[in-house]
Design a protein around this ligand. Structure first.
Ligand code: GDP
Ligand code: MG
Length: 595
């Protein structure tokens, strides 16, 4: 097929607005997959996604469409992830497209990620087809949704399409619109190869499989290939297209979308956003796609049992499969060897944890998450701290800066008061408020650490589920922060340390010691739990001993036993260095639970 008849596009939408359902309809109508073979929600294949209703990884499908004008078009559909935490990944897959379908659920209207996705599409200079979905629904408010698209995003009324992805109504119009407004890819098959890596997969037998969008040149198996950023070279063992299963082909040409099996087993040699070229006739410039993703939240991940090797492998694989998850090795005195991992947000963290449990059968301990801090020390060093363990002592610090984000919140007018109160209580700085048709759009600047924890849940509960949000990193600002050290039985537990605003320290410390008192496993002797800030104990509670149980049976023999035991306990008490304290996940959760 000629490249003028190729269309590369994605579907973008706020979560649950019908992206996957529409993808199913498009595949069904273009008959790539016969109806009989079609599993429901074919594009969402991972368990975790099903449960969260989120498409975490993009999947690509090549379909063919016989248009009304008599031409046959190749449609490459790229499914993007769709949640507040994943706009970075959305951005990567959109770089592989010329256009997008922007879906808005007519029962919900324009939501925070509708706006965020719209902005990403605009930044990528893509053609945007506005589509109002769920018009079959009893609750659909079609006119209002249409008006929001016009008012908030300046679409023309006549360009808006109306569909039911569920029944298929209107989907034919979408298929027609795609080839008539989305441009064909430019680029020529005889220039040097330039292909964007927009996704990755790992196969234990075949190594890294890269998902490619060819911008220039031709890819065939006979040439040695090179990734321009990592400089890794290889000979393809297979290349092909997605139907949506992987179908080997002999060549891929400029404008097309497909995959290459690299055979590379070292996952760090292949990165999303890198450019693939040939060694014999290399491209001069890589595509602008490559940039390291910005982690918003960091936490320590530790294996909860001894399967160290499995744990390491799983972490490597996950990072490959998810370009916005990063990690480095970490050692904790209490928890042993693990990884310091970076996430796009709390939901991302939760998804990684579930994938470790479900896909790899591993249970992990996760320490309290934190953001990155910029510390300037008195002797002029500039440090980036993403692990409280490395936070300098207070007497060495000159200034500390913490990250801020711009939060976009959409919500119905009646909840505005509550949500503004919430944002203010989270140290939010009000920017503006816009009333749209039956929808309010609020902007705040908020310290990222304040959003990282419970902000999302509180937003949802205060607005009865109607508010939505999106966060964009903004800048670093000076803040009055302190490190909290937690001592159990006079021993500092490195994995429990965390950083917070000074004004919150007393309140949080009091709350925390109460929670730890009930979650730290008891020993035969009482154990004080102390919170220390800048060398001063600001809160203390004692974990009660198991002593009662030890002395249950009361005959003479056991009295002397009991005395012996109590004696041993006293020795233990003094023998702090050898304390073997087990920290279950609940202990870390008690830090998470504090507001
Ligand atoms: P995604 O999160 O954007 O991928 O959304 P899904 O495609 O998973 O759809 C979310 C929910 O909306 C599912 O329960 C779908 O069955 C439902 N849904 C999707 N499209 C329609 C539609 O056109 N009409 C109705 N009534 N429901 C729909
Ligand atoms: Mg989906």
């Amino acid at each position: 097929i000629q490249s003028k008849n190729i269309r590369n596009f994605s579907i973008i939408a706020h979560i649950d607005h019908g992206k996957s359902t529409l993808a199913d309809r498009i595949i069904e109508k273009t008959l790539t997959v016969s109806k009989r073979d079609m599993k429901e929600q074919l594009l969402d294949s991972m368990d975790v996604e099903r449960e969260h209703g989120i498409t975490v990884k993009s999947r690509t499908v090549r379909t063919f469409y016989e248009a009304k004008n008599g031409h046959k078009y190749q449609y490459n559909l790229i499914d993007t992830p769709g949640h507040v935490d994943f706009s970075y990944e959305v951005s990567k897959s959109l770089a592989a497209c010329e256009g997008v379908l922007l879906i808005v659920d007519a029962t919900q209207g324009v939501q925070a990620q509708t706006i965020a996705n719209y902005n990403i599409a605009m930044e990528n200079e893509l053609v945007i087809i506005p589509v109002v979905n769920k018009i079959d629904s009893f609750n659909a408010n079609i006119e209002q949704t249409c008006q929001q698209l016009i008012d908030v995003m300046q679409f023309n009324e006549e360009d808006i399409l109306y569909i039911s992805a569920k029944t298929g109504q209107g989907v034919d119009k979408v298929l027609e619109r795609i080839h008539s407004v989305i441009p064909a890819p430019t680029g020529t098959a005889d220039s040097p190869l330039k292909a964007l890596v927009f996704d990755l997969q790992y196969d234990p037998f075949r190594g890294v499989i890269a998902y490619l969008r060819l911008f220039e040149g031709t890819l065939s198996k006979d040439k040695t290939l090179r990734f321009m950023v990592t400089q890794a070279e290889f000979n393809a063992t297979e290349l092909g297209v997605f139907l949506p299963h992987m179908q080997p082909t002999d060549v891929l040409r400029a404008g097309e979308v497909g995959y290459v099996v690299t055979g590379l087993k070292e996952v760090q040699k292949v990165k999303i956003g890198d450019t693939l070229t040939t060694t014999t006739d290399p491209s001069q410039q890589p595509l602008p796609g490559y940039k390291e993703s910005k982690s918003m939240v960091y936490a320590g991940l530790f294996p909860s049992d001894d399967n160290d090797k499995d744990f390491q492998n799983a972490i490597h694989r996950l990072a490959l499969n998810d370009s916005s998850f990063c990690y480095e090795e970490e050692r904790s005195e209490v928890l042993g060897k693990g990884f310091r991992c970076g996430f796009l947000g709390m939901l991302h963290l939760q998804i990684i944890r579930e994938r470790l449990e479900k896909e790899y059968g591993l249970t992990v301990l996760i320490t309290a998450p934190n953001v990155t801090y910029q510390v300037l020390t008195k002797d002029g060093q500039e440090l980036r701290i993403n692990n409280p363990v490395y936070y300098p002592t207070f007497d060495k610090i000159k200034t500390v800066k913490e990250p801020y984000g711009v939060v976009t919140i959409t919500l119905p007018e009646e909840h505005v008061g509550d949500i503004m109160k919430l944002a203010t209580s989270r140290k939010g700085i009000f920017i503006d408020l816009n009333y749209q048709v039956n929808q309010t759009i609020l902007h705040y600047e908020i310290p990222t650490s304040e959003i990282a924890y419970h902000f999302f849940n509180q937003l949802k509960s205060l607005s009865h589920g109607y508010a939505t949000m999106d966060v964009q990193f903004m800048d670093y600002r000076e803040a009055d922060l302190v490190k909290m050290d937690i001592l159990v039985n006079y021993v500092k537990i490195d994995a429990l340390a965390f950083i917070l605003h000074r004004e919150d320290a007393y309140r949080v410390a009091a709350d925390l010691v109460m929670k730890l008192k009930h979650t730290i496993p008891r020993k035969l002797y009482p154990m004080p739990v102390q919170v220390v800030v800048e060398g001063i104990v600001i809160a203390r509670e004692d974990v009660p001993p198991l002593r009662k149980n030890a002395a249950v049976s009361g005959d003479k023999k056991s009295i002397s036993k009991k005395q012996a035991l109590l004696h041993r306990q006293n020795i233990n008490k003094r023998n702090m260095e050898h304390m073997n304290i087990q920290l279950p996940q609940e202990v870390f959760n008690s830090i998470l639970d504090i507001n």
